[in-house]
Every structure is written in C-alpha cells, then in structure tokens.
Design a protein around this ligand. Structure first.
Ligand SMILES: [Zn+2]
Length: 387
C-alpha cells in the first residue's frame, strides 16, 4: 500500500514508441524485418528464460546509470541519486572488464555505458544506444525515494514476467538483497521507458530508498557501492549460468607466453602490490635458461602488437623500459631468474598514478638456442596501481 510506484518519476512510463512488448513470450513470431533481426541478434529465445551456458564471444552489456546532468533523480539524506547510480555503474563496468581479463573464471563481457559522467541523457537516447549497438543485455541502475520516509527496501524491475528479462531481474534482486541486506520489496514488472523501448532483455534495479534513513545509512557506508556493483555482477553471472566470481583485481594474465626456452616455460610472477605507498612490489621471471636477457616493459595502455608469431601485450604508449640484463642464467637447466623491484621511489619517479592500469611482460633474446628467431615472450600481467 505504501508502494511508491513511479516516485522515481524520471522513469518515464509514457510515450510508448515501439508499439510491442518485445520481451513477451512468443512475440518474436509476430515481428518482422528489422525488429525480428534485433530480437534474434539479442539471443532472446522467446520466453524460455533459459540462459544456461555462456555462449561464445563476449556478451554485450549496456549499463545505464539513471539520471545525470540536469536531472538529479531522487535526493535524500545527503545522497543524490544520479551520483550513486553512476558510482555503482562505473564500478560494475570495471568489474565486468576485469572479469573478461581474468582467465580464472567468470564471463566475457563488452560494456557500453549510457553515460560515464554527470551528463544529461534522455531516456530514449539510452534505449536507442543499446538498440543500435545490438546489446545482449541492458541493466539500468537506480535508487528510490518517496514522500513518506518509512518506505524502504530493494526492488528490481523487468517489463514483463516469464521472460529472459525477468530471469536476469530475479538474479540481480536476489544478489542485491544478499549484498545490502535491505527489505526485500521483490521482483516486479513496470512499464518503464528503458525496459519497454530496449529490444534486448533488460532489468532496472532500485537499490534502496534515499528518503529512508535506514536505507540511506546503508547506502552511505563506504563499501555500499562496491557491494551493489558486485551484486549486479553476480546476478549477471548467475543469469548466464556462471558461478558468481569476483574477478582478480590483478595481476591478471591477458597475453599468453611464446616459449623461447627449450623444455622451459618462462613464468612471470609478482609479489607484493604495485603501490605508491609500499615498496614490496617485485616482478620476476622464473625458469629461464641461459644466454638470455630480459626486459620488463611498462605502459599505460594495452596495445596488442603481433611480434615474432606471438603477441606483445603492450606498446604504443610505452613510457619506460627498465632494462635488466641477465646473462648466463641457469646454465640451461631452467633455474634462471630475472627480477626487478619496483619500490616507491621507482613508482613515484616514473609518474604512476593511483588507479592506473599498468602492464608487464618479459621478453627474451636467446641467440644461443634461437639464432634464427631469437625473441620469446612471457605471459603478460595486468595490474592496478594502488594509492
Ligand atoms: Zn531513478
């Protein structure tokens, strides 16, 4: 009874445009032309709700931080909806991209944001963006408010029941309840613009009520954004039949070694954390044979470059190459080790920034064993620099 339907008023429920409930069971058979293609390209088997199995190739996810710019959305207890929506959405984007890089589990995602800044974006522009990109899923992130401060809890919406959208909605709602511990208002349907006008399965979460002091206290806690973002990640992973998985924050392997040592696999490893405040960070390479030298390459950006039949993970904006010569390692028994310590003085003098992504990869020359093709590459590792 106290359900504050539509209090999050910018979720426009008018202006029905497409003229069909695209996510309803069996609707694909009634579509034609471009709409049918769009429905098929979204992978939406009509109404089966079965998303088990992670189909090949990256899943295209549009993340939609509600409101922005001149539209603040809800405001309450010191929290501005457009800001917390964006914070959760940006962290979710990071997690999905980390999940893609992480080879230890999880999914393979491609992310497009309807906004990445405090920008004004119309509702129709949001669904148009997703439709034009042929996204596979659309996740809209909101927080609620109501005139009566007693209204509280978490709820997640889809356009209709019995759909793939509803399956994703349910998983996100379950994870949000676990993550935030707020009152469970349940999974619901609503005729919201971004749910109605998107061709692909879509869900919209309302994490909690900014107008409720209890909800607001939880949402103001330092780790609320992290918990909410992970809940959306876990919900999406489970929706695709994956185990909920927190991707590795680094090091993450993203390029595979080309062997350049007969019988040996040069293994790049790290210890400590890349940090502006700690000096314990070491990059090493083990199982190196003799007659090699190694070079650790750093860059601000990933730029895969084909090189001698393998892939050099970094390039383009390489800005420092601390060289370490390591002749005569191991005497051919794979026991050699290359090592470089990156203390705070190195990190700071090199201009690393907190939050920056950096990449490391060893390469080798071994003219003794490989006179014709002397360059080998270790795996590449990706790190995030900590403050
Ligand atoms: Zn909202």
């Amino acid at each position: 009874m106290e359900y504050p339907a539509g209090m999050d008023s910018h979720r426009n429920t008018t202006g029905h445009r497409a003229g069909f409930p695209h996510q309803a069971i069996g609707v694909v058979a009634t579509l034609g032309g471009a709409a049918l293609l769009a429905a098929l390209s979204s992978g939406a088997a009509p109404g089966d709700g079965d998303t088990s199995g992670f189909v090949g190739g990256p899943v295209r996810v549009v993340i939609d931080p509600g409101h922005g710019g001149s539209d603040s959305g809800a405001v309450g207890n010191g929290i501005v909806e457009k800001e917390i929506n964006l914070a959760v959405a940006l962290r979710l984007q990071e997690l999905l991209e980390l999940d893609t890089l992480d080879t230890n589990g999880g999914g393979d995602w491609e992310v497009l944001m309807t906004r990445e800044t405090d920008a004004t974006v119309s509702l129709i522009a949001r669904s148009d963006l997703a439709n034009n990109w042929a996204a596979d899923r659309f996740i809209s992130i909101h927080h609620n408010a109501f005139g009566q401060s007693s209204a509280n809890g978490t709820e997640t919406f889809s356009f209709s029941e019995g759909t793939i959208s509803a399956n994703m909605r349910d998983r996100i709602q379950e994870e949000l309840i676990l993550a935030l511990g707020l009152f469970n208002r349940g999974s619901k349907t609503a005729n919201f613009s971004v749910l109605r006008e998107t061709f692909m399965p879509a869900a919209l979460s309302e994490g909690g009520f900014l107008s409720n002091p209890g909800d607001a206290a939880v949402l103001s806690s330092p780790d609320a954004v992290e918990r909410s973002a992970k809940a959306h990640l876990f919900g999406l992973q489970r929706h695709y039949g994956l185990q909920p998985c927190v991707p590795t924050d680094g090091p993450t392997t993203y390029c595979v070694a080309k062997l350049a040592s007969p019988g040996c696999v040069p293994a790049i490893t790290s210890s400590g954390t890349p940090s502006l405040a700690n000096s314990d960070f070491v990059i090493a390479c083990d199982s190196v044979v003799s007659q090699q030298f190694g070079l650790l390459i750093w860059s601000r950006q990933e730029a895969a470059i084909p090189l001698f039949g393998a892939t050099l993970c970094v390039g383009g904006s390489i800005r420092r190459t601390p060289v370490q010569y390591s002749f005569g390692l191991g005497n051919g028994n794979c026991s050699g080790r290359l090592e470089l310590s990156l203390d705070t003085a190195f990190m700071q003098s090199s201009g690393f920034q907190a939050g920056e992504e950096i990449f490391a990869q060893w390469w080798f020359r071994d003219p003794f064993y490989f006179p014709q093709d002397p360059v080998g590459l270790s795996n590449g590792l990706r790190f995030t620099v900590l403050p």
